[in-house]
Design a protein around this ligand. Structure first.
Ligand code: ATR
Length: 284
C-alpha cells in the first residue's frame, strides 16, 4: 500500500521557528515502522497566528498537534480541557483534537523525563535528594517528574534567583532553592543531578560545575541532547556516576501523542535513536 493515502490521519508540530524540531523524524519513523496510514508535518506558526492556526487545523480534521517553543503557554490557554500536568505547569505540548473540534491539552514532558530516567538508569528513581539546574519550562517539568517519582527535597539552582523562587513556589512542597553560586556545594549527598539549562548545548556557554562533592553513586542526567555526550555527562562518567543523555526525554514525550492520534503505543529503541539523532551519533 502506498502511504499516506487520502484517508491518512494527520498530525504535526507547531513552533516558531519549527525547522529545528526533530518531532517529524520521530513520528515519521514510528509511522513507517508500524505501517500506519498517517502523516506528521511541521507547521511554522508565528505567535500572533497561533490560536487561529490551531483552531483551523482542528476544524480541518487533524488528529492533533505537538506544540513547541514559544507556544506551550498559549496552547494551554486555548484548550477546552487540560490534564493535571498541563494545569500544574501552565504549558501544554500535546493537543488532541476531538471530532467536533474540541481541544484537549496534555503536558507529556514530565512523563517523558521520568520514562527516560528509568530507561537510562534503571532503579535510579528510588528517591533521595535531587539538584536541578534551571527554572524554565523544561526544568519545571523535570522537577514535577522528580517529585512524582519520590525525590525530595528537590533543590533548584538557577542563575536568576527570582525564577528559581517562582518555580519552587509553584511546584512545592518538597522543592527548595539554592543560590546559583552554591550549586557545586549543593551536590553533597544528592542522589540525582539534572541539568535543565541550555548550558553545554552546542553553541552555548559551558556549564561550570565541579562534581567533587557529588557522591559517585549518584545519577546525572542532562536534558541537552546536542551534543549527546555533553561535557557534564562525560565528567559524570569519569566521576563514577551513571549518566543519562537528553535524547530519551524527547523520544518518550512523543509517545502519548502518537498513541492518541494513531492508535499504537510506539517503542523507544536504538533504531529510533538513530533515526531521530543519527547526525549526533556521527558527530561523536
Ligand atoms: P526552557 O523552556 O527550555 O527551559 P528557558 O525558559 O529559556 O527554556 O530556560 C532556560 C534556562 O537556562 C533558564 O533556567 C536560564 O536561566 P535564567 O532563568 O537565569 O534565564 C538558564 N540559562 C540560560 N543561559 C544561561 C547562562 N548563560 N547561565 C546560567 N543559566 C542559563
Amino acid at each position: 500500500m502506498d502511504l499516506p493515502s487520502g484517508k491518512a490521519v494527520v498530525a504535526g508540530v507547531a513552533g516558531w521557528p519549527v525547522g529545528h524540531s526533530r518531532s517529524p523524524r520521530l513520528h515519521g519513523h514510528w509511522l513507517r515502522r508500524y505501517g500506519i496510514d498517517g502523516l506528521y508535518a511541521p507547521f511554522p506558526v508565528p505567535p500572533e497566528a497561533f490560536a487561529t492556526a490551531v483552531r483551523g487545523l482542528a476544524a480541518a480534521g487533524l488528529a492533533g498537534l505537538n506544540v513547541t517553543v514559544p507556544h506551550k503557554a498559549a496552547a494551554c490557554a486555548l484548550c477546552d480541557r487540560l490534564d493535571g500536568t498541563a494545569k500544574r505547569l501552565g504549558a501544554a505540548n500535546t493537543l488532541i483534537f476531538g471530532p467536533d473540534g474540541d481541544i484537549e491539552g496534555r503536558n507529556t514532558d514530565a512523563y517523558g523525563f521520568a520514562e527516560a530516567l528509568e530507561a537510562g538508569a534503571p532503579g535510579a528513581a528510588g528517591g533521595g535528594s535531587a539538584v536541578v539546574l534551571g527554572a524554565g519550562g523544561a526544568a519545571r517539568a523535570v522537577v514535577l517528574a522528580l517529585r512524582t517519582l519520590g525525590y525530595g527535597p528537590v533543590r533548584i539552582a538557577n542563575r536568576t534567583a527570582a525564577h528559581a523562587e517562582a518555580a519552587a513556589a509553584a511546584l512545592g512542597p518538597g522543592v527548595e532553592t539554592v543560590p546559583w553560586r552554591k550549586r557545586a556545594a549543593a551536590l553533597a549527598g544528592a542522589a540525582l543531578l539534572v541539568n535543565a539549562t541550555s548550558l553545554g548545548m552546542a553553541g552555548q556557554p559551558a556549564l561550570d560545575l565541579p562534581l567533587d562533592d557529588l557522591p559517585p553513586e549518584a545519577t546525572v542526567s542532562d536534558i541537552v541532547y546536542a551534543p549527546l555526550e555533553t561535557p557534564l555527562l562525560a565528567a559524570a562518567r569519569r566521576h563514577g556516576c551513571r549518566a543519562v543523555d537528553g535524547l530519551g526525554m524527547l523520544l518518550h514525550q512523543g509517545r502519548p501523542g502518537f498513541r492518541a492520534w494513531f492508535g499504537v503505543d510506539p517503542a523507544v529503541d536504538d533504531d529510533l535513536r538513530r533515526a531521530v539523532a543519527g547526525d549526533l551519533f556521527a558527530a561523536e
